[in-house]
Design a protein around this ligand. Structure first.
Ligand code: ADP
Length: 475
């Protein structure tokens, strides 16, 4: 089987969130399972050019807005050896950010058109084109039509993975014609509540749908989590499956991680103390190693539960714990973190921005990882935390529900602490429970070890994706 994966971001090239981790890791796992796959993504300005090996295609002409637009395509093997093709177009992608431009819909429509175009030059047609999030919705609509008039894609099927239903890629439907989607059935595919939505178009037009955890797959079929598209997901529920993301243990492994000062494992946790010391130093906090560190690494959005953290912040600090946050995003949450730090400089450490290496140190040095998400398609940091002996306190939603098991004191089972209602009070209760366990070293070590032993590797997830690829290729 031959799989083409289209994505707007992938580790190690460009990353704003979990999509990049998934797109960077899945092709490697597919290859380990004997499946031939390759990645296609845009070449953004911020991508380190040292990842590029050579020009794979030059001056490919893409049909665009009534004319031809030339692109160049670079080859890279930096995603763990999996082939990746990066599309160079200075006008659309040679900008400092990945997203956030007024013409994002145009940029990603062009990315999709270019990706389909270059496949013709890259050998046999893929059996499956695996599309990810709204950025790739355009390709689903186009491939649906191309199957009829482009012989190359006659037997190609599409699967569309939802990494976050909240980002819908909406734009003015008046732009559809200029993007090449003027046919009535195409307009219908995009239309959603009076706007054009690239996400809806992808969900509507792909042969199969996946999302990144079984619980999220159920949740998005309800009005509460459906973002106005629950009706469509219910309608297509027989084609929708939830596959929990895996962890790339080549990258997130406390026994080999080059970003941390000491290594450790489930059998020997000694090194974790050294990581904690280094983490406190890095944030200029007093080196009191017996005090617990509660940490969070995330995009600063309401999705991640920052309203709860804001409401409970002073109660958390009253416990005497350190609080360390690493994040970039909404100004209101950046300001909140700054205020907290200014008021309690001996207890609070913050880093505003993306810092991958520091994220590894936080996972290794912290004691408790707080993830009170309002909704969470899968979530990766709770799984990274478990491998690093950092105990997650999470809200039971989406992938957090599926990947963290609440600690049971009587049976000594469980890998973290889970609360249900989205309230500061229920979050605090679980934080207190975790802190009570923290002061009992044996209990704490049991929870740590339970988490460190869980295998969240990509192997199981890759096999499930292969099952979906096989099912759609026979459709
Ligand atoms: P989402 O995709 O919703 O942002 P995930 O938990 O699926 O959430 O993935 C987030 C990824 O982004 C993780 O790998 C996390 O470590 C990383 N990340 C988030 N914020 C930062 C940051 N400020 N610095 C470094 N890495 C970050």
């Amino acid at each position: 089987m031959r799989i083409a994966l289209l994505t707007a971001e992938a580790v190690p090239f460009a990353k704003t969130g979990g999509l990049a981790d998934v797109a960077g890791a899945l092709p490697k796992s597919l290859r380990d399972n004997g499946v031939d796959s390759f990645l296609i993504l845009p070449l953004y300005e911020q991508i380190d050019r040292r990842h590029l090996r050579h020009i794979a295609l030059d001056h490919v002409l893409v049909d665009w807005m009534g004319g031809k637009r030339p692109i160049r395509v670079w080859y890279s093997d930096a995603a763990g050896g999996a082939p990746a093709f990066l599309i160079e177009d200075q006008g659309y992608f040679g900008r400092p950010g990945i997203y956030g431009y007024r013409d994002d819909h145009e940029r990603f429509a062009f990315f999709c058109r270019s990706a389909l175009e270059i496949m013709h030059h890259l050998g046999a047609a893929p059996d499956v084109v695996h599309l990810n999030d709204w950025h790739c919705g355009f390709a689903a609509v186009e491939l649906f039509a191309r199957r009829y008039w482009d012989g190359y894609f006659r037997n190609t099927r599409t699967i569309f993975s939802i990494h976050n239903l909240a980002y819908q890629g909406t734009f003015d439907p008046g732009d559809l014609r200029k993007l090449g989607f003027g046919a009535q059935d195409q307009v219908d595919a995009f239309l959603s509540n009076g706007s054009a939505s690239a996400l809806k178009a992808g969900l509507w037009s792909s042969d199969a749908l996946t999302t990144v955890s079984p619980t999220y797959a159920r949740e998005i079929q309800t009005p509460e989590h459906g973002n106005g598209l629950d009706w469509l997901l219910r309608m297509r529920s027989s084609r929708l499956i939830g596959i929990a993301n895996g962890v790339d243990y080549d990258v997130w492994n406390p026994q080999t991680d080059p970003n941390i000062p000491a290594h450790f494992s489930v059998d020997d946790l000694q090194g974790k103390r050294e990581c904690k010391r280094e983490l406190l130093r890095r944030f200029s906090l007093p080196e009191n190693l017996d005090r617990p560190i509660i940490a969070n690494i995330s995009r600063l959005t309401s999705q991640k539960g920052f309203d709860l953290i804001q409401q409970a912040a002073w109660r958390i600090l009253e416990t005497g714990a350190y609080f360390i946050a690493l994040g970039a995003g909404a100004q209101v949450y950046e300001d909140f973190l700054q205020t907290l730090r200014d008021h309690a400089p001996n207890q609070v450490g913050i880093y505003k921005g993306m810092n991958d290496s520091l994220a590894h140190l936080v996972e290794a040095g912290a004691d408790i990882y707080l993830m009170p998400s309002q909704f969470e398609p899968c979530g990766l940091n709770q799984m990274y935390s478990m491998r690093y002996g950092t105990v997650p306190v999470v809200r039971a939603t989406g992938g957090l529900e599926d990947t963290v098991e609440d600690f049971n004191r009587a049976r000594r089972t469980g890998t973290g602490f889970k609360f249900h209602p989205y309230s500061a009070h229920s979050m605090l209760e679980k934080i207190y429970e975790a802190l009570y366990c923290y002061v009992e070293p044996e209990t704490w070590a049991t929870i740590q070890r339970n988490g460190m032993r869980v295998d969240h590797s990509w192997t199981a997830a890759a096999r499930k994706y292969i099952g979906v690829y096989e099912a759609v290729s026979h459709m």
